[in-house]
Design a protein around this ligand. Structure first.
Ligand SMILES: Nc1ncnc2c1ncn2[C@@H]1O[C@H](COP(=O)(O)OP(=O)(O)OP(=O)(O)O)[C@@H](O)[C@H]1O
Ligand SMILES: [Mg+2]
Length: 516
């Protein structure tokens, strides 16, 4: 009997799945009653169960569907503590339309179709490190921010919701020719919960403080099919990262005051925390003269042909990105400036800061099709140097466009990676021949291993080039680059009392206080 929770085949008499421990259940095709796996006739209606190939475990244990790396993270590291109050974002997904199918289709077929929809939802929730806390009849409830802590839980939750919408839409298109239709509504809210126990089955018990969960469920109910609806509390945290449309104020059962709701239209181009803060207006820059001087010194040496690497290390909100924005203004016109950012949920995305850097440099936008991306690469490379055309296939692959070159297409992944490193290195080398370059990679604490490997090789070429590499990261990242004579480490101290006071008078928060 095949376990529908984990897919493992089990011997005939098995009661529990050997792969995930879920109880194996045979569903009667006539009345849908759950039967023990060794029943040959349904104990509810007497119908034949036969030697049916599949069986279902009605509510799979979280352990069986949570990917191993997340399960380990929940059980071993940084998971929420019992009694802790945590701010979380709650996502409700409801898929309607499947239930009515049961009249037309074999129950097993309905079950198979729904399992696939659930798998698609789970994959997106797990991609952003949320956990599914509950399976509902036609949907799921997922939590972001606990048990695994994430400062950007609201942003992750909305990305997951958009991912689910996209995946279900594609699935819907696949089923349409068979006349099968379903609709997904999603709702999110952010609020406080008190964490209960986290069982060895990974399920987190929690108590919602106030209406955290009710409001999320309500957002899901009021939304249009196919849409993602968020409450005011979630909107406040994701504003600037997504395009949203106001839905006005909605009344909620049991609540005196109406709650403003928003529909999420799309994710905006990759935006950094500082760019989003800048939308709301930055307070005047204070202090940091020493740090700026060190950076300008390093730039002078780089400009003179002695390439430098600066590591800028500090806690969240300490002012790393702001300091670099000031450096950028100070040297505008004297050097090229390229920057790429690591994403908190990007570790599984190979080369993501380099892809970000290239997209920014080449002006690639979300809606660009393959031809547009290829044209921008070609134009960009021609602008850098005369003989960089051979780098194009590698840049195209990095940007998810067909390489347009049979030889590159046929390479083994390892060979292609080596050639890609070399192509990127040549692009950097040639850029520095025309003009000194500043190359910034931000937030290395979230870097993927392929990008890290590339930076390790690039660093070897730096001393002979007119380039300043700046890497920022938060304490805790194990810097793999070692020590070199051309490395400098800057650890900005908290602003002095006088500087902080000036910043507060200007309406800023004290740099050093973690940003959400
Ligand atoms: N010297 C400063 N004067 C005034 N405001 C500052 C200063 N440094 C930082 N800020 C403000 O503090 C906030 C956080 O700074 P910033 O984004 O640069 O921190 P960060 O160290 O890059 O944090 P993260 O690790 O989250 O990226 C921003 O709004 C920024 O404008
Ligand atoms: Mg920053």
């Amino acid at each position: 009997m095949t376990c529908s929770a984990c897919g493992q085949a089990n011997p005939g008499p098995a009661q529990f799945c050997g792969g995930c421990g879920a109880r194996l259940v045979a569903v009667c095709p006539s009345c849908q009653a759950a039967n023990p796996p060794d029943n040959r006739f349904c104990h509810q209606c007497g119908g034949t169960l036969g030697s049916r190939p599949a069986a279902v475990a009605p509510a799979p244990a979280p352990r069986s569907y949570t990917p191993r790396h997340l399960a380990e993270k929940i059980l071993m590291t940084g998971a929420a503590l019992k009694g802790e109050r945590k701010q979380v974002t709650v996502l409700f997904v409801d898929v309607s339309g499947f239930t009515s199918l049961s009249e037309r289709l074999d129950p097993e077929e309905v079950h198979r179709l729904m399992s696939r929809a659930f798998d698609l939802m789970l994959a997106e929730v797990h991609r952003y490190e949320g956990t599914v806390n509950q399976f509902l009849g036609d949907g799921i409830m997922a939590i972001f921010g606990a048990p695994i802590a994430h400062e950007d839980h609201a942003i992750r939750a909305v990305h997951a919701a958009l991912g689910i919408a996209r995946a279900l839409e594609a699935y819907q298109a696949e089923l349409r020719p068979r006349g099968i239709r379903f609709q997904a509504r999603q709702g999110l809210n952010t609020g406080l919960v008190v964490v209960g126990s986290i069982g060895s089955d990974l399920r987190m018990d929690y108590t919602a403080v106030g209406d955290a969960t009710n409001v999320a469920a309500r957002m899901q109910q009021v939304g249009e099919p196919g849409r993602v609806t968020i409450s005011e509390a979630t909107h406040r945290l994701v504003q600037g990262y997504f395009e949203t449309r106001s839905l006005g104020a909605l009344s909620i059962k049991g609540k005196a005051e109406a709650i403003a709701a928003w529909e999420v239209v799309a994710a905006r181009e990759t935006r950094t925390r500082l760019e989003v803060a800048a939308d709301r207006g930055l307070t005047p820059f204070v202090g940091r003269e020493r740090e700026l001087r060190v950076l300008l010194d390093a730039f002078e040496r780089a400009r003179g042909g002695h390439g430098q690497v600066v590591f800028l290390v500090g806690e969240a909100g300490m002012g790393k990105s702001r300091l670099l924005a000031v450096l950028r203004q100070r040297i505008a016109g004297e050097a090229g400036w390229q920057e790429g950012h690591c994403l908190s949920f990007g570790r599984a995305m190979t080369f993501h800061p380099l892809v970000d850097l290239l997209r920014r440099q080449l002006g690639i936008e979300e809606g660009d099709d393959e031809a547009a991306v290829a044209a921008k690469i070609e134009r960009g490379l021609a602008g850098i140097g005369p003989d960089l055309a051979s780098a194009a296939p590698y840049l195209r692959t990095l940007l998810s466009v067909d390489p347009g070159d049979a030889e590159v297409r046929a390479m083994s992944p390892a060979q292609r990676r080596g050639e890609t490193f070399e192509a990127l290195r040549r692009v950097v080398v040639q850029s520095t021949e025309r003009q000194p370059q500043v190359l910034v990679i931000e937030d290395l604490h979230w870097i993927d291993s392929a990008s890290e490997q590339f930076l390790t090789t690039l660093i070897e070429s730096v001393p002979a080039l007119r380039v300043l590499l700046v890497f920022t990261y938060r304490p805790g990242y194990a810097n793999p680059f070692g020590e070199r004579s051309y490395f400098t480490r800057i650890v900005p101290a908290a602003l002095s009392t006088e500087e902080s006071a000036r910043n507060l008078r200007n309406g800023g928060s004290s740099p050093g206080a973690p940003t959400a």
